[in-house]
Ligand binder design. Structure first.
Ligand code: BES
Ligand code: ZN
Ligand code: ZN
Length: 491
């Protein structure tokens, strides 16, 4: 990761490369430290080359001041619309442009929106998220000189303290997001359930425990959903129970369940080749849970947090579960499996049943559950459903702070009949082409103890980006790691 420092105006090294944020059509760069007439001249110069301050626009010009080497202008869009996400996107654009221009280091300031520490946090997040690349499997190492350090310019000593706090928080959040991205981007034959367990164990310590349930234990726990999905795979399943216990009294107890299908072939209801290409990402929910625990060790919030990750491949081996088979989940409910590709809800059925036994105040599950979610909300909006208004409010508030968009779908009572089975308590499918994402939520609700506040996040659209977005290159995004952290830490 890039080194990030907070410095005062007197500490700018001479001949630095400078990045300056500009709102649309502004005459001066944004931020509280003024660099005077020279920089305004540079901006005029940049405008000659077509720079307007539109979101995401970047241009580097030689500085007319002897203090600086080159000045990189970054467009932030209209000032009226500026929020923390504007800063994240701007910072991400700045590091990418700086790297492309081969700057070894960079000095920048950001405009204040929200509070100073939150703005600094957003800047640090943008820097780290925007500069991420997954290079573990490239044989040729990239020859572009890495951008090694970024100095964030603060106005005075008091403000620098707030900025530093924000940078620390933003770096911890981003580190976790990048860990999730690495896990999700790793090829599915390398990132197996067993390997996931090894990586999870590395996060134990510092207040975090990881309990590992192997196949024998999973059988003893009667997790029929997880076992049923695993039957077609040559590799054994695992179930992890993470626990973070704060020192002193915990304010509340929260549970996170993450879908951990390390590869989703569809099973016997085999996916077509195109649909299978990205299915190494079907453990994004579990990766999110692991990544959250990594950050909890450092942030140490006064909340007890439990994490549950059912881990298996979904494969069509000779012993695979067949359409028509009936599985019994941990809570005793029976499920007729009519499509083995609707496997996420089967493994989460057990995870939610088990979580419901742990006397938690709130349970949130996170899963790449339905292709229908991508159809409904696209790859930039996560779907949320739930049984508790207060919990849904907390998640929406957290999402507004992190800039990870979320939209609520209704758990429509009238659709509960869609998953009725003639031979079992329920089936794992609704009606063809109807409300697929909602049906996923309605199915999961059956496995949450009545009275426990519960929310379901469908990240099928947001966990992955085919073309890259403002904060992520193509591939895994690490979606909702930051929002779940924010939800845990701020409530
Ligand atoms: N892992 C998929 C959902 C998915 C699809 C995630 C595309 C990300 C991108 C899930 O297991 C699945 O295949 N769901 C089925 C459910 C259907 C059979 C009811 C789907 O969406 O088609
Ligand atoms: Zn599937
Ligand atoms: Zn799946």
């Amino acid at each position: 990761m890039i080194r990030v420092k907070v410095i005062l105006p007197g500490e700018i090294p001479s001949r630095s490369h400078l990045a300056l944020f500009c709102f649309k059509d502004a005459r001066r760069p944004a931020g509280d430290v003024s660099f005077g007439a020279a920089v305004e001249r540079d901006l005029k110069n940049a405008k000659k080359y077509g720079f307007t301050g539109e979101t995401g626009q970047t241009i580097a010009v030689p500085s007319s001041s002897r203090r600086f080497e080159r000045v990189l202008f970054i467009g932030l869009g209209p000032q009226k619309e500026a929020d923390l996400q504007t800063i994240r996107i701007g910072a991400a654009a700045a590091v990418r442009a700086a790297r492309a221009a081969r700057f070894p280091s960079l000095v920048f300031q950001f405009p204040t929106v929200d509070s100073a520490d939150r703005a600094a946090q957003a800047a640090a997040e943008g820097l780290h998220l925007g500069s991420y690349r997954f290079t573990a499997y490239k044989s040729k190492k990239d020859d572009t000189k890495p951008l090694q350090s970024v100095s964030i310019l603060s106005t005075d000593k008091k403000r620098a303290v707030e900025d530093r706090n924000g940078v620390v928080r933003g770096t911890v959040y981003a580190e976790s997001v990048l860990l999730a991205r690495d896990l999700i981007n790793t090829p599915p034959s390398d990132l197996t359930p067993e390997h996931f367990v090894r990586l999870a164990k590395k996060e134990a310590g510092g207040g975090v425990q990881v309990r590992v349930f192997d196949e024998k234990k999973i059988e003893a726990m009667r997790m029929g959903g997880l076992l049923g999905v695993n039957r077609g795979s040559a590799k054994p399943p695992y179930f992890l129970h993470f626990l973070y216990k704060p020192k002193g009294r915990a304010g509340r107890k929260v549970g996170l369940c993450g879908k951990g299908i390390t590869f989703d072939s569809g099973g016997l209801s085999l996916k077509p080749p195109k649909a299978m290409e990205t299915m190494k990402m079907d453990m994004s929910g579990a990766a999110t849970v692991l990544a959250v625990f990594k950050a909890l060790k450092t942030i140490k919030p006064p909340v007890e947090v439990h994490g549950f990750t059912p881990l298996t491949e979904n494969m069509p081996g000779g012993n695979a579960t067949k359409p028509g088979d009936i599985l019994t989940a941990r809570n005793g409910k029976t499920i007729e499996v009519l499509n083995t590709d609707a496997e996420g809800r089967l493994v989460l059925a057990d995870a939610l049943s088990y979580a419901s036994e742990q006397k938690l105040d709130e349970i949130v599950d996170i899963a790449t559950l339905t292709g229908a979610c991508l159809v409904a909300l696209g790859d930039d909006i996560t779907a949320v459903m739930g049984t508790d208004r207060a919990l849904l409010r907390k998640i929406k508030d957290a999402s507004a702070k992190t800039g990870e968009k979320v939209w609520e779908l209704p758990l429509e009572k009238g659709y509960e009949s869609h998953i009725k089975s003639t031979v079992a308590d329920m089936k794992n499918l609704g009606k063809p082409m109807q409300a697929g994402t909602i049906i996923g939520g309605i199915f999961l609700k059956e496995f949450v103890k009545k009275g426990t506040a519960w929310a379901h996040l469908d990240i099928a659209g947001t966990a992955w980006t085919d073309s890259g977005n403002s904060l992520s290159p193509a591939g895994a995004t690490g979606s909702f790691v930051r929002t779940l952290l924010e939800y845990i830490v701020e409530n």
